[in-house]
Design a protein around this ligand. Structure first.
Ligand SMILES: C[S@@+](CC[C@H](N)C(=O)[O-])C[C@H]1O[C@@H](n2cnc3c(N)ncnc32)[C@H](O)[C@@H]1O
Length: 290
């Protein structure tokens, strides 16, 4: 049995490396910090100190879960997004840094409404609520509606909204995007934002075990061409946006071109704009309603 925090960390890094975990050192460190923090100790113990048995037991258990390729943030129970801390559970997609590109683009486009301070915003497929919550925080006069098909996701999103002090500014609604009833009662909106499921079915088998075996399939399965959700979102945007309002959607591998085509086919928008992420992948598409 490892006696010091240093030898315990060394064991965990070797174990996670053997299990094929991508960043064994970073993950082991994050797990140890969380174990120590959750036992209400303020500072991390010196690495040469003998391991507190409670820490050791909990840490080994978490390392085993991570070695079985459970995502780091499901074990930690939270994840940073837009420099804020959000609760995550296995009921929601773990928020990704790429989605911050959508938020930054939204804040840029908001500058095209000089003098307007109040905005109506719809977040379709809200999951943990990150998009709706950051929008509500960044645009204090906004009214936000956030929809998702999953009650469990909505419960996490509501908790996150409460944690960040915007629960009263966001209406969370259980809605199936493919159900045409009750659509019109939501609008009109200045912005429709969405990070929908967009992974093509034939690419799911090749995903990392952390995603395909642990994150709920409803959070990433975009159908045979990855476009299922855009076929619902784009026509909804035509119906629900005000004149001059924007639809802004996140896109994945091979999806942004067809999404631009879907937008152009409606003839209801100005030419779509594509924004790349920090890895230079096309990540976000936006268009303004004529
Ligand atoms: C990619 S996740 C996005 C989560 C969050 N917005 C984010 O960016 O981290 C997609 C979300 O769509 C929801 N969803 C799946 N099918 C749906 C449907 N038919 N109608 C509404 N929401 C749906 C899932 O429950 C999931 O929370």
């Amino acid at each position: 049995m490892e006696r010091t925090y240093r030898t315990l960390l060394q064991w965990s890094i070797e174990h996670l490396t053997q299990a094929g975990v991508e960043q064994p050192g970073t993950d082991a460190q994050a797990l140890l910090e969380e174990v120590v923090a959750s036992s209400s100790e303020k500072a991390p113990p010196p690495l040469e100190r003998e391991v507190d048995p409670n820490h050791g037991h909990r840490f080994r258990n978490w390392v085993e879960r991570r070695a079985a390729r459970e995502p780091l943030h499901y074990i930690l129970g939270h994840r940073k997004f837009w420099s804020l801390d959000f609760k995550v559970t296995p009921d929601v997609l773990i928020p990704r840094p790429e989605t911050e590109v959508l938020i930054s683009h939204f804040l840029e486009l908001k500058k095209n409404f000089p003098g307007q301070t109040s905005f109506r915003i719809l977040d379709m497929c809200t999951g943990s609520g990150v998009i709706a919550i950051v929008a509500a925080l960044e645009v204090p006069q906004s009214q936000v509606i956030a929809v998702d098909i999953s009650n469990d996701s909505l419960a996490v999103a509501q908790e996150n909204a409460k944690k960040h002090g915007v629960a009263r500014k966001i209406r969370f609604l259980k809605r199936d995007l493919f159900d045409a009833t009750h659509r019109e009662d939501l609008g009109p909106f200045d912005f429709i934002l969405s990070n929908p499921p967009y992974i093509r079915v034939d690419r799911i088998e090749g995903l990392m075990p952390e995603i395909k075996d642990h994150e709920p399939r409803r959070t990433f399965d975009g159908g045979s061409d990855g476009l299922n959700f855009y076929h619902a979102i784009i026509p909804d945007a035509v119906r629900l946006l005000k004149k001059g309002g924007y639809v802004i959607v996140e896109t994945g591998f091979g999806v942004h071109g067809p999404v631009c085509s879907l937008i152009r086919e409606t003839r209801a928008f100005t030419d779509p704009v594509m924004v790349s992420d920090f890895n230079h992948y096309p990540r976000v598409v936006s268009a303004r309603k004529k």
